[in-house]
Design a protein around this ligand. Structure first.
Ligand SMILES: O=C(O)CCC(=O)C(=O)O
Length: 328
């Protein structure tokens, strides 16, 4: 497929657009490049696919939509960094020099190796977390201190909150400590942060039962098993019984052996649901939990008094090893 140079000057964008409108397209960009492209253009994967499939825009319309969506988030400098990275240049961190930013300690890194997750304390300041927490309540038309309001229809029967570009959420994506910790775990600084949503998991009550996500993987379980990171930023303190993020610590190390014991005719996801015990991870406002994508994980029912409010984000390098085959 011929790659056109575009208004935004990102050759791969044309390939991405053309492939999305061609059923069975064989000229798809590699998965990692696709993810870098969308993160670099400050696009959420789902909103972009929805737009392309529902609207069937021309390429020019697609570019205009991107500029309207991403607005001031797309500067000439950010586009230039993306162009260079996609051309194979090793670009530096998006948030400046990380040398003097305090990241994960040796103890944190040892915890990561053993358990496959780590709590990055004070990933963002308490003020930054409160600003994002308030934005989520406001978006949902709820009030932090009015329990009646937590069950408004605006949440639907889900803990996901499709708020993507509030300035408070945007600011958190550029927190130097978050970039430093991910750079330590990936061993490189050319990272791209996803445009992910927020979350609100209210206390269970007669009219609202925890809808999940229950234990699952977002990753392929086919081998070879590669590294990828996922993350959740707590915007208010979360106790273990307060709908905390939950996972099976250390599972990334024993997954291959465990997979061999999944009974014939049962999926790994079903077997995980019926056999694994999850550990809820409590942490403070502004802390971020980063986990290896091969840990079975999910959220948990909130049996406490206040909602768990969170912001999701993942950081990945421009190119990385992944397994094409999807097995789950
Ligand atoms: O919200 C949570 O605690 C879990 C999030 C989750 O399951 C996911 O991001 O895949």
């Amino acid at each position: 497929m011929v790659e056109a140079v575009t208004g935004l000057g990102i050759e791969q964008l044309h390939t991405y657009w053309a492939c999305q409108r061609t059923p069975g397209c064989v000229a798809r960009l590699p998965q990692d490049v696709e993810k870098t492209l969308l993160a670099g253009l400050r696009l959420n994967v789902l909103e972009t696919l929805r737009y392309l499939h529902h609207e069937q825009p021309s390429f020019e319309q697609f570019e205009t939509w991107i500029i309207e969506r991403s607005g001031s988030g797309l500067t000439e400098a950010s586009l230039d960094r993306l162009r260079r990275a996609l051309a194979g240049e090793m670009v530096g961190s998006e948030v400046g020099n990380l040398d003097h930013v305090e990241g994960l300690s040796a103890e944190d890194l040892a915890h990561w190796d053993e358990h496959g997750y780590v709590i990055l304390r004070n990933a963002v300041s308490a003020e930054a977390a409160i600003a994002a927490e308030s934005a989520i309540y406001e978006f949902l038309g709820m009030s932090r201190d009015d329990p009646e309001s937590w069950y408004r229809e605006s949440l639907g029967h889900s803990i996901w909150v499709p708020l993507l570009r509030h300035p408070a959420l945007v600011a958190n994506r550029f927190a130097p400590r978050i970039h430093k910790a991910h750079a330590q775990l990936w061993g490189r600084e050319d990272l791209w942060v996803t445009i992910d949503q927020g979350g609100l998991n209210p206390p269970e009550c007669d009219k609202w039962h925890f809808p999940g996500p229950h234990v699952h993987w977002d990753a392929t379980l086919a081998e070879p098993h590669c590294l990828e990171l996922q993350g959740i930023l707590y915007l208010a303190d979360v106790a273990e019984d307060q709908g905390a993020f939950s996972c099976v610590p250390g599972f990334h190390r024993t997954l291959p052996q465990w997979l061999k014991r999944v009974p014939e005719g049962t999926t790994a996801q079903d077997h995980a649901r019926s056999t694994l015990t999850m550990t809820p991870i409590a942490a403070k406002r502004g802390d971020m939990i980063i986990w290896h994508h091969l840990l079975p994980h999910g959220s948990s029912p909130n049996r406490a008094q206040r909602p768990r409010v969170a912001q999701y984000m993942s950081l990945r390098p421009t190119r990385y090893a992944y397994t094409e085959e999807w097995k789950n």
